[in-house]
Design a protein around this ligand. Structure first.
Ligand code: GLP
Length: 245
């Protein structure tokens, strides 16, 4: 069941997302949250940090988080890593205990084996209650690129050229600097989340959003699998929603 909500501005949309999360934490202060990186969640994280600091949202001391994805080969010390992104925008401002913030393993020995264990770690933590998602211009969620099997677990994936170009702005506008591989929660991993909140802002997401929610369910557009999820909120601004029926 998909609930589409369209807002005139990004700040209005981010307020709504923070409201949804606040309600989740009110009901379950020990929630397991699935978190995303990219430009889209930055204003959401800013709003969350402001609310927690002002006592307008439950503190996160009992929350556990699992991130969607990480670039293969980048350690948490690398400022381009999603681990560094999360520390900067959320984990440090909220003083989250490192043992409660999980990132997909992306460096070191026996990587494939540890990547496969990520879904089990999520399971042991109780499963993801509430998952935040963005969407790629090619319809990816996490780094599940077009062609990813709809039943995929957490896995290592090759990034498409278009994704490396889309993310070049984080690497000094040089797509060649964007890692070629990433570890991502699979589509099956994401689909096991209790509630999913997908945010899409800006006209460059409009085509992907239309194909995801008004087209057929197909591996060619990975986000389309969300049509089968019982509890998805799609939070969009008017530009991103422009092509939806
Ligand atoms: C990134 C991430 C996704 C994100 C998407 C859109 O590369 N792997 O999790 O949702 O691409 O990113 P942005 O919000 O910057 O447009």
């Amino acid at each position: 069941m998909m609930h589409l909500e369209v807002f005139r501005t990004v700040p209005e949309a981010t307020h709504r997302m923070a409201d949804l999360l606040a309600a989740q934490l009110e009901e379950r202060p020990g929630s397991v949250l699935g978190l995303a990186t990219g430009a889209t969640p930055i204003p959401v994280y800013r709003e969350i940090v402001a609310r927690v600091k002002a006592g307008r949202m439950n503190d996160w001391s009992r929350v556990t988080t699992f991130n969607l994805d990480e670039y293969v080969g980048l350690s948490g010390e690398d400022p381009h890593s999603f681990t560094a992104f999360m520390r900067l925008h959320l984990f440090e401002p909220l003083h989250l205990a490192p043992e409660r913030t999980f990132m997909p393993p992306a460096t070191g020995e026996e990587l494939e084996k540890r990547v496969r264990a990520y879904d089990e770690q999520i399971h042991v933590a109780g499963g993801i209650d509430w998952q935040l998602l963005g969407i790629g211009r090619n319809g990816h969620i996490g780094f599940n690129e077009p062609g990813t099997p709809l039943d995929s677990p957490t896995h290592i994936t090759d990034l498409t050229e278009s994704t490396r170009v889309a993310n070049a702005s984080w690497f000094g506008d040089d797509a060649g600097q964007v890692p070629r591989q990433a570890v991502t929660m699979g589509l099956a991993t994401i689909m096991r989340s209790g509630t999913i909140v997908l945010a899409a802002f800006g006209g460059n997401k409009a085509a992907a959003l239309r194909r995801a929610f008004a087209g057929e369910i197909t591996p060619a557009l990975p986000a389309s699998i969300l049509q089968r999820h019982p509890h998805v909120f799609v939070i969009a601004d008017e530009q991103a929603a422009a092509l939806l029926p």
